[in-house]
Design a binder for this molecule. Structure first.
Ligand SMILES: C[S@@+](CC[C@H](N)C(=O)[O-])C[C@H]1O[C@@H](n2cnc3c(N)ncnc32)[C@H](O)[C@@H]1O
Length: 334
C-alpha cells in the first residue's frame, strides 16, 4: 500500500475505487502457493480470491485489499527470510513466531509450506479484526471446524492496548503459551516477530511506540545462565528515500498522518529503541539492523527490514527507563 495506491482513487477517502479482477496478477511463486493452499484449478483460485476480496473490502477498504496484496508473499521476499528458516530449524527448542497484523494470514500459511514448523516451531498470527481472520479461514478453508485445520494459532489483539510494562515471568516456564492467546499473554515469549504493511499506517511517534512494543514481545534471558539463540523482528512497509510524512489520505486506517522512514532513519530508530532498553554498549554488540528500499511495482517503494537480536544477558541488570524510573526488566534481571 502506498501513497500512489491511495491516490489512485479520487482523493476523497470515501469514494473508493471498485475491486477489479484484472488487478489480481499473482507471481509464479504466488500462483504455486495458491494452487497448494486453495486449489490446483486456477479458476477456482481466482473466483475464491475475488469473492473474499469483496467481503474484506467491505470490512475495511485497505488499498492492499484493492491491490490483492492479501494473496502476496512479501514475507518471503525479505532478505532475512531464508536465514530465519535455517535458524528456526536449528533452535534447541521449538521457536515461536508471531505475524502481527496478519490480515488473512497468507504469509503465515506460506511459512508452513516453506518448512518453518518442520522441527515443531509454532506460528501465531494476530490481527485487530476477527473478520479478516475468518475470511482467511474461508479463503483457505482451513478453519478450526474444517477437515484440515491450519496449525497456525490465530487470535485478535490491538498492539496499542498491550501493556508496555516489562514481562514479569520470563523464566524457562515463561515460554509456555496461554490456552487463550492475547498479546499480553505472549509478551516476552517470542523468538520471531513479523510486521507486514503495519508501520506505514501510523505517524512517527506511533511508529516508535509500535517498535518498542515489538521489542517487548521478544523473550530475553532472565539471568546470565539463560542461553537463547538469536531473535529476529522483521517486516516491510512504505518508506521514503528521505524520511518525512507521506502525502495523501489513507483509507480505513487511523485518520492521522502517515510517516515514511528512510532506510537510514529506520535503522536508527531500532538502535535507539534498544538503546533505551539496554544501553548503547549493549546495542553495539547485540543489534544488527538492516533496511533496504525496494520497488515492488512501477509506483510503490517499500522498506524491507530486519532487526537481528543477539540475546545476551546484560551483566549489570537490564533496566527499563521509559517512564523515567529504573525498573528491572525481568524478575531476577538486576
Ligand atoms: C495493511 S494490512 C497488512 C496485512 C499483511 N500483514 C500484509 O503484509 O499484507 C494491516 C493489518 O494490520 C491490522 N492492524 C491494524 N492496526 C492493528 C493493531 N493496532 N493491532 C493489530 N493489528 C492491527 C489490520 O487489521 C490489517 O489486517
Amino acid at each position: 500500500m502506498s501513497t500512489n495506491e491511495v491516490e489512485s482513487g479520487t482523493g476523497n477517502p470515501f469514494e473508493l475505487p471498485p475491486l477489479h479482477p484484472s488487478l489480481f496478477n499473482p507471481t509464479d511463486q504466488e500462483r504455486r502457493f495458491l494452487r497448494w493452499a486453495i486449489s490446483p484449478d486456477d479458476e477456482t483460485v481466482k473466483s475464491r480470491v475475488f469473492q473474499i476480496g469483496k467481503e474484506a473490502y467491505e470490512v475495511l477498504p485497505y488499498p492492499c485489499i484493492h491491490a490483492f496484496h492479501y494473496t502476496c508473499l512479501y514475507m518471503r521476499e525479505n532478505s532475512v527470510y531464508n536465514e530465519l528458516l535455517d535458524l528456526a530449524n536449528k533452535y534447541p527448542f521449538p521457536p515461536i513466531l508471531l505475524d502481527l497484523g496478519c490480515l488473512m494470514g497468507t504469509d503465515a500459511r506460506n511459512l508452513i509450506r516453506d518448512g518453518y514448523n518442520k522441527s515443531g516451531g509454532q506460528i501465531l498470527a494476530c490481527d485487530l479484526e476477527q473478520r479478516f481472520i475468518d475470511l482467511g479461514y474461508k479463503l483457505y478453508q482451513d478453519g478450526p471446524e474444517s477437515t484440515h485445520p491450519t496449525p497456525i494459532r490465530f487470535f485478535t489483539g490491538d498492539i496499542f492496548k498491550m501493556s508496555i510494562a516489562p514481562p514479569t515471568e520470563a523464566t524457562e516456564h515463561g515460554r509456555d503459551l496461554p490456552q487463550n492467546l492475547t498479546l499480553d499473554g505472549v509478551k516476552g515469549k517470542l523468538d520471531f516477530v513479523y510486521a507486514g504493511a503495519l508501520f506505514h499506517l501510523f505517524d512517527e511517534p506511533t511508529q516508535r511506540d509500535l517498535a518498542f512494543r515489538l521489542a517487548r514481545l521478544i523473550q530475553m534471558p532472565s539471568d546470565s545462565s539463560g542461553q537463547l539463540p538469536d531473535a529476529i523482528i522483521f517486516g516491510r512497509h512504505a518508506g521514503l528515500d528521505e524520511e518525512g510524512y507521506i502525502s495523501g489520505h489513507f483509507v480505513g486506517g487511523r485518520w492521522g498522518q502517515r510517516y515514511g522512514h528512510s532506510p537510514t532513519s529506520w535503522v536508527s530508530l531500532w538502535k535507539s529503541i534498544y538503546t533505551e532498553l539496554y544501553g548503547h554498549e549493549w546495542v553495539e554488540e547485540n543489534i544488527q539492523a538492516n533496511a533496504v528500499m525496494q520497488r515492488i511495482n512501477t509506483k510503490v517503494k517499500m522498506l524491507f527490514w530486519s532487526v537481528r537480536i543477539k540475546r545476551s544477558y546484560r551483566e549489570n541488570g537490564i533496566v527499563w527507563k521509559r517512564d523515567g524510573s529504573d525498573v528491572p526488566l525481568f524478575v531476577g534481571g538486576t
